[in-house]
Design a protein around this ligand. Structure first.
Ligand code: SF4
Length: 360
């Protein structure tokens, strides 16, 4: 109980160390964790506003040589469902996104050995010319392109930035522990490579998010290592805009380690908010949790509800398909007691909020 008392005190002062974080996670009850996380959220983002984005996921290919054990999305090159998105389809998706008020594209895909850096640069340039911000290429894609092109990570990022890349999504982190990565994604970027891509991107002025997929083969200690690795890099670079934890959605080929229902998700979300006191925003994952838990998450440390996701393929491939329109998302936020505000990928307001000075 002494450890819990000390942990509660540390959490209230935004100085949670790893031992105290563990005590909190294992011993605090769910309502206490929620109260602490919501108080931390109000210290970081005091306005009663929950943000959301209007964007579209574009997955340019599902061909992937990584074959991660948990992935229901990837296909071999000769599989009948394998695809590489053509220019016409890309253009149609960009035009639809703009017509719906979308500001950016979350652009990611499998590790396809036939698509070189030049191909990707051309696609990024095309989306930028359409007027969309490109939030693209998670660290494993950057590492793969570096290996294939013979360039350094910085070299690949510089070329993509010159083509118009605006920021990087934090995908492919799963759990930042090589022991875990060896079990679930041994052919994908290692922990140090994931962190190197993010540090290099931040050094080039790119903002990024960070994610965590939990609830599979990892231990609580692995989750804590992940959170503290993100916090440590953020102390150095201040380049992460948001943290997005979500539970593993069971697909083929992986044994689940523990419960990932609503309560388990909310515990992890709250702990994320408390450990990552230096990351500005924490995002609720309604895509994996559904609208109801997504709404509760707004009282467990989250200040952002993610995006309307005009299109989502990766989670849907695992059989989970929650959908929300922009109006439904606004309703969800407002009925939870907050004002809803559309943001862009860098968390800037898309339109003026009459109640917030300086938002125009
Ligand atoms: S998770 Fe990503 S890297 Fe892993 S197999 Fe699926 S598409 Fe490839």
């Amino acid at each position: 109980m002494k450890a819990l008392k000390e942990a509660l005190a540390q959490a209230q002062q935004d100085v949670l160390d790893q031992e105290a974080a563990r005590a909190l996670y294992e011993q605090a009850d769910l309502p206490t964790l929620g109260q602490l996380a919501h108080a931390a959220r109000l210290r970081h983002n005091p306005e009663p506003v929950v943000t959301y984005a209007v964007d579209r996921n574009i997955n340019y290919t599902n061909v992937c040589v990584s074959r991660c054990a948990f992935c229901a999305f990837c296909r071999d090159r000769d599989h009948p469902e394998a695809y590489v998105m053509d220019r016409e389809t890309l253009e149609k998706k960009c035009d639809e996104t703009l017509a719906l008020g979308g500001t950016h594209i979350l652009y990611q895909g499998g590790l396809h050995p036939g698509l070189d850096l030049w191909w990707h640069e051309e696609r990024v340039r095309f989306m930028r010319q359409k007027g969309l911000h490109v939030h693209g290429f998670s660290p494993p894609e950057i590492v793969f392109l570096a290996e294939r092109s013979g360039l350094s990570i910085a070299g690949v990022l510089e070329r993509l930035v010159r083509a118009g890349l605006g920021s990087i999504p934090g995908g492919g982190a799963e759990i930042l522990s090589d022991r875990v990565r060896q079990q679930i994604s041994p052919r994908k970027a290692s922990t140090s490579q994931w962190l190197e891509v993010m540090e290099t991107a931040h050094g080039l002025g790119l903002k990024t998010t960070a994610t965590m997929m939990f609830g599979h083969v990892e231990t609580v200690e692995d989750r804590l290592l992940h959170l503290f690795a993100v916090r440590k890099l953020q102390e150095k670079t201040e380049g992460f805009t948001a943290f997005i934890p979500w539970p593993y959605q069971p697909g083929p080929g992986i044994v689940r380690a523990g419960p990932t229902g609503g309560a388990a998700y909310l515990r992890m979300l709250a702990l994320s908010r408390l450990v990552l006191h230096n990351v500005p925003h924490v995002q609720a994952s309604w895509v994996t949790q559904g609208a109801a838990i997504g709404q509760v998450a707004l009282h467990f440390g989250a200040d952002d509800l993610g995006s309307t996701m005009i299109e989502e393929n990766v989670v849907a491939a695992a059989g989970v398909s929650h959908r929300l329109s922009e109006a439904q998302m606004v309703h969800l936020i407002e009925s939870a007691g907050f004002r809803a505000r559309q943001r862009d990928v860098l968390y800037r307001p898309v339109s003026c909020d009459p109640e917030v000075q300086g938002s125009c």
